[in-house]
Design a protein around this ligand. Structure first.
Ligand SMILES: CC(=O)SCCNC(=O)CCNC(=O)[C@H](O)C(C)(C)COP(=O)(O)OP(=O)(O)OC[C@H]1O[C@@H](n2cnc3c(N)ncnc32)[C@H](O)[C@@H]1OP(=O)(O)O
Length: 412
């Protein structure tokens, strides 16, 4: 009889783990990408499902720092989740995640996050989308019509290899403004943001990564954009396009300068950005909303509170609130209980209690609201949460609110 055991994956099984990941995710990466995956996996917490000593499933978690309202928190970023096609739907994922949470807690990570391959999977494990991104398209066949004057500082294209050192301060600044963003190492800049090693060029019709910076050499940059371009069809066919991966600015005029630049690149007629914050200032700045259109909104980062009191007391609170929360959590028994949350601009306490609840809610819904990107009141209205005390959800919403919506870009 075959038996399946859930246990840590040792270093000398990394190649076996990579083979499983690439099989399950239909990948056959070139050597640099495989090496990069190996390096990432080596630094992860790794839980494997073994059948007769052979790896048939795995779940891994990176140790990342996620910006949360008022600061940042260690976060287990799930990745590489894979179950062999021969072993699916036997409960291996469930067993591996159950084994992962104590390991994440021991490593001091009160949050877990992931990009979901399929939205149907992760709600049952206490995850919910905590950030959303908009896809934006600009009609660049005419000059971009904005309601403010662009920042007049000069724009310059830089060597992408120089971008991490030059642009990290600006990116870090954006993390203090918006929750939901991960701290980036130089390696992540190179592989994920700039894709220097993984060579996008050739994989599609877009050219190599370009980086444009606002501000003269020696000045602190006022903003930057990471993008690629595709030329138009010959003989007057479809015009070319600009694909924006990331754009950060120190204010609206700087953003206006960068968007105007992108929309004015010759031989292109469209600017597309695949992941923008839902409250991107560009949407306010556009004088003509037919020229700047949101073409889609998708859930971005899925979040789970793996240590609920630690997570709630670590974020900042916009307004005073004192409520007893009756939390439903099918997977973490320590969370399936009542907590008294006393929070406000001066700090927060969250302790177990037996007092009567003001609000009954699912752990996943608390996760959805944690970064300030969603509200609980609609859930009460729609019967997914229960307010035992009138106005409890509205008070919690007011306390959770943030000035900027949370946002997660295209990478971890
Ligand atoms: C963070 C990331 O890495 S995202 C990448 C996730 N990985 C992939 O998509 C790779 C391809 N898929 C797989 O490897 C596997 O099918 C997994 C990991 C998605 C699921 O693993 P399994 O071991 O089959 O899941 P398990 O048997 O534990 O199922 C748990 C529950 O989720 C449900 N479920 C699992 N996968 C799916 C799915 N794709 N769609 C809908 N429901 C799903 C199961 O029906 C089951 O429901 P139940 O609890 O009501 O019975």
């Amino acid at each position: 009889m075959t038996t399946t055991a859930i246990r840590d994956i040792p270093e000398d099984h990394l190649d076996q783990a990579l083979d499983l990941i690439h099989l399950v995710h239909h990948l056959a990466p070139a050597a640099p990408t495989r090496y990069y995956h190996r390096e990432l996996l080596a630094s992860c917490i790794r839980v494997g499902a073994y059948e007769d000593g052979r790896l048939v499933g795995l779940a891994a978690a990176h140790h990342h720092e996620l910006s949360v309202p008022g600061g940042e928190l260690p976060c287990a970023a799930l990745d590489f989740v894979s179950v062999a096609p021969t072993h699916r739907r036997r409960g291996l994922l469930t067993a591996m995640l159950d084994a992962l949470w104590p390991r994440c807690a021991a490593a001091g990570m009160p949050l877990a996050a992931l990009w979901a391959s399929q939205s149907a999977i992760y709600g049952r494990y206490g995850f919910a989308p905590a950030t959303e991104t908009d896809r934006i398209e600009i009609d660049a066949t005419r000059p971009l019509d904005l309601r403010i004057a662009p920042d007049p500082r000069p724009l310059r294209l830089i060597d992408p290899a120089a971008a991490p050192a030059l642009l990290t301060p600006l990116y870090e600044e954006s993390r203090t403004r918006r929750a939901g963003r991960f701290r980036r190492t130089e390696r992540r800049w190179r592989f994920e943001t700039l894709r220097l090693e993984t060579a996008d060029a050739g994989a599609d019709e877009f050219g190599p990564t370009r980086v444009v910076v606002l501000g003269a050499p020696g000045e602190t940059p006022g903003g930057y954009a990471v993008y690629r371009t595709r030329g138009g069809e010959e003989g007057g066919g479809a015009p070319g396009a600009v694909q924006v991966r990331e754009l950060e600015a120190d204010g609206a005029p700087a953003a206006a300068a960068l968007w105007s630049y992108l929309a004015s690149i010759d031989l292109t007629g469209t600017v597309r950005a695949g992941a923008r914050p839902a409250d991107d200032p560009l949407l306010q700045l556009a004088a003509d909303r037919d020229q700047v259109r949101v073409t889609g909104t998708v859930p971005s980062l899925w979040l789970r509170l793996t240590d609920l009191p630690a997570a709630l007391t670590a974020r900042s609170w916009a307004a005073p609130v004192d409520l007893v929360l009756d939390v439903r959590d099918d997977r973490l028994p320590t969370h399936a209980r009542r907590f008294r949350l006393t929070a406000g601009p001066d700090g927060a306490a969250c302790t177990p209690t037996t007092a009567a609840p003001d609000l009954t809610l699912d752990a996943r819904d608390l996760a959805a609201c944690y970064l300030g990107g969603a509200r609980l009141s609609p859930l009460v209205r729609d019967g997914l949460a229960t307010a035992h005390t009138p106005g409890a959800a509205r008070r919690l919403d007011a306390a959770l609110e943030t000035e900027w919506l949370p946002f997660t870009g295209e990478d971890y």
